[in-house]
Design a protein around this ligand. Structure first.
Ligand SMILES: Cc1cc2nc3c(=O)[nH]c(=O)nc-3n(C[C@H](O)[C@H](O)[C@H](O)COP(=O)(O)O)c2cc1C
Length: 140
């Protein structure tokens, strides 16, 4: 299997905790079935998600995600082959951007704001790697 990673950002404009829980419940069940792992970072307004898995299943998953009206302005930040999974233990790890480690915030947030669309590809990859290496991640 060719391992593929896809990272995108989108805007949700405000989501209740219940809505996020429902989204994660469904996503995790599907991803477990499809062998997809990754992380979903939610800020007050935006999402950034890393999907990692087989090329076909990641593409199919992203097609479904693109049609989802719970978010808009979807922008692919990077897509391509991957050597290894960063979130192999997670059918979809969930992080609240406001609870991310302060050191990570100071290195990657732009003027104190989580703004993945303005981050370089190198920074996005480094951020995902650092988040995957956190011993205990704040989950929502
Ligand atoms: C921000 C966001 C992230 C999502 N992530 C996933 C995901 O990782 N896996 C997944 O199957 N669906 C994900 N979804 C849900 C899909 O858009 C879609 O509702 C779901 O895959 C439909 O599954 P079903 O065909 O089994 O009903 C996500 C939706 C949003 C808005």
């Amino acid at each position: 299997m060719q391992l593929t990673k896809l990272i995108y950002t989108s805007n949700h404009g405000g989501l209740t905790a219940k809505a996020l829980d429902d989204l994660l419940l469904k996503s995790r069940a599907n991803n477990e079935r499809d062998g997809i792992t990754g992380v979903l970072i939610a800020s007050d307004e935006d999402f950034m998600q890393l999907l990692e898995g087989g090329r076909a299943v990641v593409a199919e998953c992203f097609m479904r995600i693109m049609k989802d009206d719970r978010h808009q302005s979807i922008r692919v930040l990077m897509a391509g082959e991957s050597g290894a999974r960063l979130f192999s233990e997670w059918s979809m790890c969930s992080l609240d951007a406001s609870q991310v480690d302060k050191g990570i915030v100071s290195r990657y947030w732009i003027n104190g704001t989580f703004d993945p669309a303005r981050m370089s590809q190198v920074a996005i990859e480094d951020l995902c790697r650092e988040l995957s290496a956190q011993p205990r991640m704040a989950t929502i």
